[in-house]
Design a protein around this ligand. Structure first.
Ligand code: ZN
Length: 425
């Protein structure tokens, strides 16, 4: 129990435009800010779909010049972000930024926005202990986030995630000013997403909802002063509401969206679930599965997932979060049994609870992962018992996330979670 318990929680979210055709209105929305010159940030794959060009075309009608940067690296690195920032600084100034793509494009746009409006280097702003954890001193420009993959929630959050290549670790920049000013969620941009991407992105949505729902309640922290408040304040009644709704939507749409990408209704439900989950975890935070995801993705050996670019090994973000989620929730069960049981029931309303209540959510998750083609644990993506110390070391660097877990997490606890996540079924 906290000595002087917190009594305040905060809730932040971008303005939102949701629905088919919403992306055609960005020019109008930016014209209201007086923007004349805009940088569109995207990756080569999304650029090939023509969506960023369409957004740029529609902006012209409002007298806005748009330049397209299409070199975003999938799963950004410090090197890829520095390259993007250099581009932004060389060709700027910009009145606004528009990110069209997955979390990688949105995160890259956040970094460009931060470092074209504020002095210093990327590592100045990366969270401690990896970077200096400085806060921006200057206001940022408007950022419109247009997700083309359902999942990341990056359109709602204050975070930019990157691989720090020399340290082989994922790290983040987190500040309220990084949150996009407008999220434009247009399901018509998502129909071309292949099954493997839908499955990984969907597991990310699911982990966001489950981790924020089971996050340490805000009232259990020590009371903060006004200038110490952080974007992620622990589970709270408003974030809970979004997480529950996201779980219910996923219960009926996730398997369908993976099986048939043309199922427009399932796609729309997934897009809505991603948005809801983002509004929840963007305020409550995420914990152990996301902390573990950092070293799982960062230390990839030669795994190449289906339906992703094949030019280098990678473990997609949603997959890396999912792989230890069942065992993480078995570990956290006793901190909040009711919440774990309720989450399992929302996600699988017809499932029979097992004799051991702690096994309910892990079983529901493993069944789902099996059905949508996730790997059967971290062994299948290339890890073995000898890697566990390194994985634990990487997860322990994510203290910002581990502090949001509903109970204290030691190195031994993490080692046990990784070990039992070698094979999930
Ligand atoms: Zn995530």
């Amino acid at each position: 129990m906290a000595h002087n318990p917190e009594s305040v929680f905060t809730y932040g979210a971008p303005r939102l435009k949701f629905g088919s055709g919403a992306a055609d209105e960005i020019g109008y929305d930016l014209s209201l800010t007086g923007a004349k010159r805009v940088l569109i940030v995207t990756d080569a794959g999304v650029a090939a779909s023509g969506s960023p060009q369409r957004v740029a075309e529609r902006m012209k009608e409002f007298g806005i010049e748009a330049v397209i940067y299409h070199q975003v690296h999938i799963e950004p690195t410090d090197a890829s972000l520095e390259e993007a920032v250099a581009y932004g600084r060389d060709l700027g100034p910009w009145d606004a930024f528009v990110a069209v793509g997955g979390g990688s494009s949105i995160d890259t746009a956040k970094a460009i926005n931060l470092l074209t409006t504020n002095p210093g280097t990327l590592l100045d702003y990366v969270n401690v202990p990896v970077g200096q954890g400085k806060a921006p001193t200057q206001p940022l420009m408007p950022l419109v986030a247009v997700p083309t993959t359902t999942g990341t929630g990056s359109e709602s959050t204050t975070v930019c995630v990157l691989d720090v290549l020399d340290l082989k670790v994922k790290a983040g920049i987190s500040h309220a000013l990084l949150r996009p000013t407008l999220a434009v969620v247009d399901p018509s941009l998502m129909v071309s997403q292949p099954a493997g991407v839908t499955a990984c992105a969907g597991m990310d949505i699911l982990c966001h909802a489950l981790e924020s729902y089971t996050a340490r309640p805000y009232t259990t922290y020590e009371r903060k002063a006004a200038d110490q408040r952080v974007p992620y304040c622990g589970s709270n009644p408003i974030a809970d509401m979004w997480a529950e709704k996201a779980l219910s939507l996923m219960a009926t749409s996730f398997r369908r969206a993976v099986r048939d990408g043309g199922d427009v209704q399932a796609r729309e439900s997934m897009a809505l679930a991603a948005t809801f989950a983002g509004m929840g975890f963007g305020n409550a935070g995420v914990h152990i599965p996301h902390a573990n995801a950092y070293p799982i993705a960062g230390r990839v050996k030669d795994f190449r997932p289906k339906d992703y670019p094949n030019d280098e090994p990678m473990i997609p973000h949603g997959m890396s979060a999912a792989l230890t989620a069942p065992e993480a929730f078995r570990f956290t069960f006793d901190a909040a049994p009711d919440r774990h049981l309720r989450a399992a029931t929302l996600l699988a309303p017809d499932a029979e609870p097992p004799a051991d209540p702690a096994a309910f959510l892990p079983t529901v998750l493993a069944d789902l992962m099996h059905d949508i083609g996730m790997p059967n644990g971290i062994a299948e993506v290339g890890y073995h018992a000898g890697d566990i110390d390194d994985l634990v070391g990487g997860a322990l660097k994510q203290q910002r996330l581990l502090a949001i877990a509903p109970k204290a997490v030691t190195a031994e606890d993490l080692a046990a979670i990784f070990s039992s996540s070698m094979n999930l079924w």
